[in-house]
Design a protein around this ligand. Structure first.
Ligand code: SF4
Ligand code: SF4
Length: 94
């Protein structure tokens, strides 16, 4: 989907409360940016920087030889409730 129509990538939504970050041990190898299917992470002098188009899929974290990319859930966001609202909007499950 990299460079493809926005209509495709817009269909994938990031999990509410999911936070991408760098733990500070970056080798600047750019394997993460090459692994991203959306071009949503670029590598700067201080390490990876994630754009708003990041979907939180984790491909970049898997590709990182230093396990420098951390994926976590913000404890201040009720991810489960947000997920259930999403599912509820598309089904008749209560
Ligand atoms: S989590 Fe997925 S979408 Fe986000 S930067 Fe990494 S590979 Fe790209
Ligand atoms: S793959 Fe890991 S070590 Fe390489 S640039 Fe990305 S975050 Fe840094």
């Amino acid at each position: 989907m990299r460079g493809g129509p926005r209509a495709y990538s817009d269909r994938i939504t990031r999990l509410p409360g999911l936070v991408m970050s760098s733990v500070g041990d970056c080798a600047l190898c750019e394997k993460c940016s090459r692994a991203c299917f959306l071009g949503a992470v670029r590598v700067e002098a201080g390490g990876p920087v994630f754009s708003d188009s990041c979907k939180g899929c984790g491909r970049c974290a898997d590709a990182c030889p230093r396990r420098n990319i951390r994926i976590r859930l913000d404890p201040d966001v009720d991810t489960e409730a947000a997920l259930m609202r999403r599912i509820g909007a598309r089904t008749d499950i209560e």
